[in-house]
Design a protein around this ligand. Sequence first.
Ligand code: HEC
Ligand code: HEC
Length: 290
Amino acid sequence: MLKRFGSSLMVSASWLLAVGLGCQILVAAGQQQQPDRAQSQRLYPALQRPSGDVELIARGRALYGISCRACHGIDLRGGDLGGPNLLRSQLVLRDQAGELMGPVIRGGQVGSGGSAMPAQPLSDEDILAVTAYIHDVLGTASRQGGPPLGEAFELDILVGDPAVGRDYFIENCSSCHSPSGDLQGLAARISRPQELQNTWVRGGARTSERPPVTARVTMPSGETVEGVVERLSDFLLVLTDPAGRHRSFSRQGENPVIELDDPMAGHRQMLPRYTDTDIHNVTAYLATLK
Ligand code: HEC
Ligand code: HEC
């Protein structure tokens, strides 16, 4: 499936500048001006109610587990791969609804000490969910004055109903997977429940085993180049073409036109539809595939 890179992504091309000017993107709406508070509250229900939108936060929690946890830790206080404590980050504390965190997540950030956060290829909706989740944890931490959640995450994982999860699987997953085919022995290969969950929620937490994302670039001259995407940011696309050459293209808005083919797009599109209960049930079912 080829997906056109829309202009909503280009909006963040100048995020560095935009942060400085305080006119940050409103990722969800694709608008360019700073949202006023009332508008933010309509768009980001998490701001309105201290407990947040339960489904959005659950989705954000799953996403955090997949894309952020290894570096920022199970409780946001920093993790094995060297991400800083987000609960003490001034940027996170100043963020209201993703307007400051969004550009860091999307574009990455290089720190003065040489530490670097790589850009995370999350959609606008995913960024909205993950930042809602971070705000929810922050809220919990400040309400209780203690460490948020912590190990409870791990215990939370295998609480679903495997039989219900199996029905869900037959209906939603069996067009591409089979418990006696490609997923046979899955839970034996991936024995940690958290990792098992991360793997299916987005289809392969282990990046090395994911089928590659490819792109077709159309230059203003009409020339096209195809290849495997090595790096994609708002400013730059690097591909390896079929002859094994690295080709890089600087990006300016819609120029050149880039069409992405991501075999995992189906998995990502399903993500907004999972409820917390679906996630628990399916994980409980997959855990039986030993
Ligand atoms: C490979 C490790 C890694 C991953 C994955 C990662 N981060 Fe980071 N993150 C870092 C590092 C390192 C920094 C500090 C960069 C610096 O020194 O400015 C950082 C900085 C940040 C900051 C800015 C903190 C500040 O005070 O400047 C935010 C917000 C953040 N990360 C959120 C996230 C979220 C949300 C995710 C998941 C979607 C994520 N990160 C994934 C390593 C990572
Ligand atoms: C449109 C096709 C499609 C659908 C539908 C789909 N997947 Fe996938 N899934 C893939 C592809 C492609 C991969 C990556 C290649 C691979 O590992 O098989 C993948 C990978 C996975 C993996 C990792 C497999 C491994 O061996 O590491 C799991 C687990 C998984 N999917 C679970 C699910 C579940 C659960 C559902 C339903 C909620 C689902 N998938 C729906 C296409 C699909």
